[in-house]
Design a binder for this molecule. Structure first.
Ligand code: NAD
Length: 290
C-alpha cells in the first residue's frame, strides 16, 4: 500500500458511524491495487452532526467520491447537487461521485442485489417475488427490482417505524414502474404462506438471522417453502442464516448477502473509476461462495 500512494493518488471515502468494522476499505483498495489504479479508499467516522462539513470537505479536498452508510444514507441528499433516478425513488444514497465539484448521489445496493442474482443465474424479471423488509436494504432492492422489470411484488413488514416507509415504497413502485406492489403485515402468516407459494423468489431484507437475532427466522416451518423456490438473504454474517438453513433442507436454491455486498461495491467502483471491478479475483480474496 505504501508503495502505491503518491502525490497523484486520488482519495475516495466512506462516511458513516460506526464504520471501523467495514470490509469495504479492504475490498476497494484490493481492487485498485489489482488493476493498478491510482486511488486510495479510507473510512471516516462521520455522523449526521458533522455530515455537512464532511461533504464540504469532499468538494474542498477534491475527493473523487465517497460511499455513505448509516446514519447518513437517508440525509446526505440535502448536501448534494444531483441524484440518480433510483436514489431519488429510494430516498437514500450510498455512493457519491464528485465531477469537478458537482456531487451526484447514487444508490448501488439495489443494483448490487440484482447483479448478484444474475451472477447466480437467477432471473426474476417478469416474475413475482415476495420480500420481507422496508428499511434501507429492503427499499433499495424493492425499487431496483421494480425498475428492472419484476412483474409483481408482495412486501411484508412488521408494524414498526418502517411501516410508513413500506407504504410509501409501494406507492412509488405502483406510480412509477410497471410492477404491481402490495404491502402486507408480517403477522399475517396466512398471507405470507400464500404469497410465497405464488412467488418465484423469496427474499429476506431484514436483520433477522444476524446478531442480535442470529438463529431466528419469522418463517414458522418448512411448509412455507418448496424445492423450486429461490430463497435469498441480505445477511452475510453468518453466511448461512436460520432461513437459509431451512431453505437448503427443503432443497431451495439459496443465496446469502455476500454477492450483494460485492456487487454494490463494484457498481460504486465503476462510477468512480469507469472500470469494472475484477470480480473473480475479489470473490477469491473475499472467499465468496454462494
Ligand atoms: P434498517 O434498520 O434500515 O431496516 C431494518 C428492517 O428490518 C426493517 O424493515 C424492520 O422492520 C425489519 N425488522 C427489524 N426487526 C425485525 C423483526 N424482529 N422481525 C421482522 N422484521 C424486523 O436496516 P437495513 O440497512 O435495511 O439492513 C437490514 C439488513 O440488511 C442488515 O442485516 C444489514 O446488515 C443487511 N444489509 C446487507 C447488505 C449487503 O450488501 N448484503 C447491504 C445493506 C444491508
Amino acid at each position: 500500500m505504501g508503495e502505491r500512494i503518491t502525490g497523484h493518488t486520488e482519495l475516495i471515502g466512506l462516511i458513516a458511524y460506526p464504520i471501523r468494522h467495514s470490509s469495504s476499505p479492504a475490498m476497494q483498495n484490493e481492487a485498485f491495487a489489482k488493476l493498478g489504479l491510482d486511488y486510495a479508499y479510507l473510512a471516516f467516522e462521520v455522523d449526521n452532526e458533522s455530515l455537512e462539513d464532511a461533504i464540504k470537505g469532499i468538494r474542498a479536498l477534491k475527493l473523487r467520491g465517497s460511499n455513505v452508510s448509516m446514519p447518513n444514507k437517508t440525509v446526505v441528499h440535502k448536501y448534494l447537487d444531483e441524484l440518480s433516478p433510483a436514489a431519488k425513488l429510494c430516498g437514500a444514497v450510498n455512493t457519491i461521485v464528485n465531477d469537478n465539484g458537482k456531487l451526484t448521489g447514487h444508490i448501488t445496493d439495489g443494483t448490487g442485489y440484482m447483479q448478484s442474482l444474475k451472477d447466480n443465474d437467477i432471473d426474476v424479471i417478469g416474475k413475482k417475488m415476495t420480500i420481507v423488509g422496508a428499511g434501507g436494504a429492503g427499499t433499495a432492492i424493492e425499487i431496483q427490482a421494480a425498475l428492472d422489470g419484476v412483474k409483481e411484488m408482495s412486501i411484508f413488514n412488521i408494524k414498526d417505524k418502517f411501516w410508513d416507509n413500506a407504504k410509501e415504497t409501494v406507492e412509488k413502485i405502483n406510480n412509477n414502474t410497471d410492477c404491481k406492489a402490495t404491502l402486507y403485515d408480517l403477522e399475517d402468516l396466512d398471507a405470507l404462506k400464500r404469497e410465497i407459494a405464488d412467488s418465484y423468489l423469496f427474499a429476506n431484507a431484514t436483520g433477522v438471522g444476524m446478531k442480535p437475532l442470529e438463529g431466528q427466522t419469522y418463517i414458522p416451518d418448512k411448509s412455507f417453502l418448496r424445492p423450486d423456490l429461490i430463497v435469498t438473504d441480505v445477511v452475510y454474517s453468518p453466511r448461512e442464516t436460520a432461513l437459509l438453513k431451512m431453505a437448503k433442507e427443503v432443497g431451495c436454491k439459496c443465496m446469502n448477502g455476500l454477492g450483494m455486498m460485492l456487487f454494490q461495491g463494484s457498481a460504486a467502483f465503476k462510477l468512480w473509476t469507469g472500470q469494472e471491478m475484477p470480480i473473480e479475483h475479489m470473490k477469491k480474496v473475499l472467499d465468496i461462495k454462494y
